[in-house]
Design a protein around this ligand. Structure first.
Ligand SMILES: [Zn+2]
Length: 173
């Protein structure tokens, strides 16, 4: 659930994400049935993604929790269970009803997923990639050493760049 949040934030951070691209991410994370996204829905999802990004930017669990509490207060309703009329297993929602706009759904469901991660792991639920040329967010996993990059690709690129910098500093000159 939280991985879907990170993937959606990353696709929605593009300048002009196409509704079909956003729908593909939703489908990749298990959304079934027809996904009817209008440009206005994508615009509202972009606003939600920008707010959620603040949770990933927090570098301490206390700051992540404070940001989540603010988002929950301002953008989420009381928890309720739904099975979407019997077409899905019972699961919690914090949006106002099953037909809530996509932006409201994204913000509320992401707050719920990130809240559970903070509760489970007592650390920030995710981070922003440390590569200056990348804006991706990612979910922190397990209890291993803290990850700094969104992907192996970013980690390798930054390692090569650091190596080049240190070599050029060694040149006599
Ligand atoms: Zn990256």
């Amino acid at each position: 659930m939280a991985r879907r949040t990170a993937a959606l934030i990353n696709v929605l951070t593009d300048d002009r994400p196409a509704p079909t691209t956003v729908a593909e991410v939703l489908r990749a994370y298990g959304e079934t049935g027809s996904i009817d996204l209008a440009p206005r829905d994508v615009a509202q999802m972009r606003t939600a993604a920008a707010l959620l990004r603040e949770v990933f930017a927090a570098d301490h669990v206390d700051a992540a929790a404070e940001t989540l509490n603010r988002l929950l207060r301002e953008h989420a309703g009381p928890p309720r269970l739904t099975s979407h009329g019997g077409s899905a297993p019972w699961h919690p929602h914090l949006d106002h009803d099953d037909d809530a706009p996509w932006g409201e759904w994204l913000l509320a469901s992401s707050c719920l997923a990130l809240t559970v991660l903070v509760w489970d792991h007592q650390r920030p639920p995710g981070s922003v990639c440390a590569s200056p040329s990348c804006q991706n967010v990612f979910i922190a996993q397990g209890s291993g050493p803290e990850r700094r990059y969104c992907s192996r690709r970013c980690a390798t690129r930054e390692r090569v760049a650091a190596h080049r910098r240190s070599r050029s500093n060694e040149q006599p000159g």
